[in-house]
Design a protein around this ligand. Sequence first.
Ligand code: ZN
Ligand code: ZN
Ligand code: ZN
Length: 478
Amino acid sequence: MRKISKWLAGSTLILLASACSEERVSTELELAQQTSDVIQVTNHDGQPFSTQPESTDIRGSFTAGPGGGVMMQGFYWDVPSGGTWWNTVQSKVTDWSNAGVQAIWLPPASKAQNGPFSMGYDPTDYFDFGDFNQNGTIETRFGSRTELEALISAAHAENMEVYADIVLNHNSGGQLEANQYTGTNTYTDYTGVASGKFPRSQHDFHPNWVHSNDLGYFGGFPDLCHDVPYVQDWLWNRSDGVAKYYKNVMGFDGWRFDYVKGFEPWVVSAWNNAVGGFSVGELWDSNVDYLNWWANEANSSVFDFAAYYKMNDAFDGNNLNVLNDDMMWKRNSYKAVTFVTNHDTDEISKKMLAYAYILTHEGFPTVFYRDYEEWLDKNKLNNLIWIHNNKATGNTSILYTDNDEYIARRNGYNGNPGLIVYINNSNSWLERWVPTNWYSTQIKDFTGHSGWYPTTQSGGWVKIQCPPNSYSVWSPNI
Ligand code: ZN
Ligand code: ZN
Ligand code: ZN
């Protein structure tokens, strides 16, 4: 009797315990289902961002994978001087290609006023790539023309595109001349540039015979006037002008336009019309209406400064609800280039969370050289780049947000299942029931941060988890 009653008691306890835990699960799930508030963020057909021109693809061989590719910003402010930078970048291109990097953005490649020390944003001679003795040096800070051409060839051999940084707003390093428009002496005489190409003078800068100014000046530099037909010819119309020379002779595949607040967006549109290729503008502004307006007017993609500032507010301000706010990639994912850091600005401290965000979301994500090569865990970034290229497909739904949690779903495209990303900005493990598009399917965390292999219910619901101050990325275990 004692034995039996003991067995009965034990068995009752087990039954009670299992009933309890089943009840807890179903209550948890029911609560999640009742409070579920899936927000559809984008509504297109799910095709990823593509840098390939719609018509003919010059290179044609790069296959970025179902989620699209990733851009490397191949420099930072004040890279080592001495003419070694092109070689440094060249030594990395095979590794970057293997990691899934599709394109490299290089700093302005032509001779600038500050000669061997310049980062290139004070351009004097658009056709001196480190092969003329000018502004105190033959090589640029980054190296010789031969080294630049070797780097571009090496990138092409790895099926990567190379984007030139184009400074069109201003020039620097001209000679002094008496200026009839200002009545003063100005440094607007570029008639003696060593390449002999695109000689300019006071008539080509503001104020001039066309008008007194365009949208903006930068730091007092002579401000180029793109309304002058001669300037248009040399920048993009002539077959030996800047755009076509950079593309056809130097081999650049696309353009990053510097300081586009300084001139009207039709300038970039005219350039792109004349020469084609990938295009992105640096419109340093968090206003999504402004970014989207510029991108449409310029026929160009644009850096998503809105997403940059929202990520900073969300991750560093510990309020991930901010990620529900408007961003350029939500407004037009095909014209948004996302980034966590660049050569000018580096404010986000929770960088891996921010990379987990941009590399699982829409737009064309940029990885910053120092983050990749020096500051962050390269293996973790490579894993996120792989996830981006292989799983980050489809339009986006936000599944859950609160102060320290963010869960979003990429809904898949063309047979690719998409993913669910879980970002945890708290100091403890978290778990949550979420609605997937996968039914009775085993899923796993492709970051390896969680060891769970849960199976989704017949209705698609599943419980996922995320480690503290980290992220997990879920997709069918195939
Ligand atoms: Zn003008
Ligand atoms: Zn300007
Ligand atoms: Zn800048």
